[in-house]
Design a protein around this ligand. Structure first.
Ligand SMILES: [Zn+2]
Length: 280
């Protein structure tokens, strides 16, 4: 399983047919529209055109999941379920993983159009009257930036910064995954574990933020497992920590696993900004 851009296949890469696309690894299955593992996430999707409920606005796509469709007419003839490829796309959102989007081009052939993220999804009744699972995918601005960088090879700094931004916004790193597993997706502030159909959902918050100007490390000693509410409060300096991990801005203490050592320097970095944000 390979998420993200593949070396040698930048956005705009063309493929003669589904076989060539499959061999390249950009979209491996010879027929299916969604490539991925249900439990992990979707690597890539193909927009074939002609499916009744798909809406393609370029950088924003409403993509109908798989199942219940007559392959020749593209009409829905039965309901879809949140399983297989559809569950994979749901997990792409849950884990924040990028999806490669491939479009069929006029006159035959396929084009890789860059990375998208799954922003939203839900069940809907399609035009043909059956339940469908619909996914909203939005182009990653960063893949457009990478294009620009390719045109202007002097801007390496931008490229490097892009990589960092991708990893914060989108990529589920080994570190962020392990912190979520360590806490079984329970928020270290409130203890809540949010259940969603594909599985529990939590977010990894970097104490000292990644990217400029903070340049915090993507390391276990610099991440917390938080619910979305507490992630926003923490990132927006409404919540912080003392050196011994008492909460500032809420009552109580941060839950910590005995195998999770948090670097006090990162806590101080965060708290200094909290204090700045709350100084009169
Ligand atoms: Zn929480």
């Amino acid at each position: 399983v390979a998420f993200g851009e593949l070396p040698g296949f930048p956005p705009g890469s063309l493929f003669e047919d589904r076989h060539a696309l499959a061999v390249s690894g950009v979209h491996r299955p010879p027929q299916a529209g969604i490539c991925g593992r249900a439990e992990e996430g979707a690597e890539s999707i193909v927009l074939s055109g002609g499916f009744v409920d798909d809406i393609d606005r370029g950088d924003e796509i409403l993509y109908t999941g798989q199942g219940g469709r007559d392959p020749t007419s593209g009409r829905q003839v039965g309901p879809q379920r949140l399983s297989r490829g559809n569950l994979a796309l749901a997990n792409s959102l849950r884990h924040g993983l990028p999806v490669r989007v491939i479009r069929r081009v006029d006159g035959g052939g396929y084009r890789y159009d860059g990375l998208y993220r799954v922003e939203d999804y839900g069940p809907d009744i399609g035009e043909d009257g059956f339940l469908i699972w619909r996914f909203k995918l939005v182009a990653l601005e960063t893949s457009l930036m990478q294009e620009r960088v390719r045109e202007l090879p002097g801007l390496y700094e931008v490229a490097r910064r892009c990589d960092v931004i991708i990893s914060r916004v989108i990529r589920d790193t080994a570190v962020t995954r392990s912190v979520k597993r360590l806490y079984d997706y329970r928020c270290q502030v409130c203890g809540v574990q949010l259940d969603t159909p594909p599985g529990p959902y939590a977010e990894a918050a970097h104490i000292r933020p990644l990217g400029r100007p903070h340049d915090g490390p993507d390391a276990l000693e610099n991440v917390l497992c938080l619910c979305p509410n507490h992630h926003v409060l923490f990132d927006r300096w409404q919540l912080s920590l003392t050196d011994d991990l008492a909460l500032i801005g809420e009552r109580g203490r941060l839950y910590t696993h005995r195998h999770h050592v948090i670097a006090v320097a990162n806590v101080r970095y965060h708290r200094a900004r909290y204090e700045a944000a709350h100084a009169a």
